[in-house]
Design a protein around this ligand. Structure first.
Ligand SMILES: Nc1ncnc2c1ncn2[C@@H]1O[C@H](COP(=O)(O)OP(=O)(O)O)[C@@H](O)[C@H]1O
Ligand SMILES: [Mg+2]
Length: 358
């Protein structure tokens, strides 16, 4: 563990403004100073520990992908950028769709479920490819940079699910939850005018077509997103003050081979999340939000790494799911700072819960 004097925290304003905890900014900065931390204002500056909240940029630059190469044995899905697929690879993808396989098209420069489409037919792929050509003819630019194609994973239960793990930059797991979609699989919900474009011209160009039933490029894509912002809910997988199970949640856990009476985070996820936090967290953020997905063969893969994650998992694990998101966010970041401090001072760290240090 680094001596505490080398713990630097990038300008908390960035994260605080993002999460709306403006009132606690001054207190947070002061606390970091008392701990011997340094407030830095540039996100470019090399640091030992970072509080950045600039995850979106990291995702689009591919920095996270590069950093992940440092972590051994990450179970991940094969993924390729749509814009780099050769015509024979596109033909292969088309053949795979015609053979009944499904793929996920994921715009990775945006999170919270924006720009994530399930592809089930070669007709959908043809629309996507055609729109890409139209865009390039019009603008001279490529439409699909940052659009990833990955195999679609069928999840257990009658809901679309994924895991969210909050891990700090010392590898300490602060919260973990199983997300499940607000709609059941058999409800056949489609992505119609669902995603925002955030003033991103490429995304706007696509969203207006892919999600508009009036457009010839309408994808009619099934909504398979489990994100909370898309209507999903989270089941706590750890914590003494966790949110109690609600109707139907025990069955979802059982389908994932998790015993609802002794709910816990799958061991393989805990281990890999801890390694990721320890090995790349310090270069990214105090707390990372890792998404994993489980298939029907009980295998789990990493979907993505998020900087500046929401504290929904912290809330359901430690605050009974009752805190406002900004309070949960503040609590989660303070817990991360306190834990780093405890590591430095060699004292045990009691977060009043069964937080895991793998
Ligand atoms: N390959 C996939 N197979 C099945 N579901 C997926 C796949 N990729 C994404 N999803 C679903 O979509 C959600 C959002 O995808 P994700 O890659 O985490 O992007 P975001 O940054 O928008 O959260 C996931 O939580 C999961 O429910
Ligand atoms: Mg996600």
């Amino acid at each position: 563990m680094q001596p505490l004097t080398s713990v630097k925290v990038a300008d908390p304003n960035v994260a605080m403004l993002q999460t709306g905890i403006i009132a606690s900014q001054a207190t947070m900065s002061e606390y970091v100073r008392q701990l011997g931390g340094t407030i830095i204002t540039s996100v470019e500056e090399p640091v030992d520990y970072r509080l950045s909240g600039i995850g979106i940029r990291h995702k689009s630059t591919g920095l996270i992908d590069d950093l992940l190469k440092k972590v051994p044995d990450v179970p991940s899905l094969p993924e390729a950028s749509l814009s780099t697929l050769s015509s024979s690879e596109l033909d292969e993808l088309e053949g795979s769709l015609d053979n009944g396989n499904s793929w996920m098209l994921a715009y990775r420069a945006r999170d919270r479920g924006h720009g994530k489409y399930l592809l089930e037919t070669s007709d959908q792929l043809a629309k996507i490819v055609h729109l890409g050509r139209v865009y390039t003819e019009k603008t001279g630019k490529r439409l699909y940079d940052n659009f990833m194609v990955r195999p679609y994973v069928k999840t257990p239960s009658n809901y679309f699910t994924s895991y969210r793990v909050l891990v700090n930059s010392a590898g300490y797991i602060q919260g973990a939850g199983l997300l499940y979609s607000g709609h059941a699989k058999n409800s056949d919900r489609k992505i119609v005018h669902a995603c925002k474009d955030f003033g991103d011209s490429r995304l706007a160009f696509m969203v207006r077509r892919f999600e508009d039933p009036e457009s010839p490029y309408f994808l009619d894509a099934r909504d398979v997103r489990s994100n909370i912002l898309c209507g999903g809910s989270m089941i706590a997988l750890m914590g003494e003050n966790r949110q109690p199970l609600r109707d139907g949640e025990a069955a979802i856990l059982e389908a994932h081979n998790i015993d609802p009476s002794r709910t816990q985070i799958p061991r393989d996820i805990a281990q890999i999340a801890s390694s990721i936090g320890r090995l790349i967290g310090p270069e990214l953020d105090l707390v990372l939000g890792l998404d994993f997905i489980q298939n029907t063969q009980d295998e789990r893969s990493l979907l993505e790494v998020n900087c500046g994650p929401t504290a929904a998992a912290y809330n359901v694990c430690h605050l009974a799911g009752m805190a406002t998101m900004s309070n949960a966010m503040a609590a989660s970041q303070w817990a991360a700072i306190n834990h780093l401090e405890a590591c430095y001072r060699g004292r045990s760290y009691d977060m009043d819960c069964d937080t895991i240090l793998v």
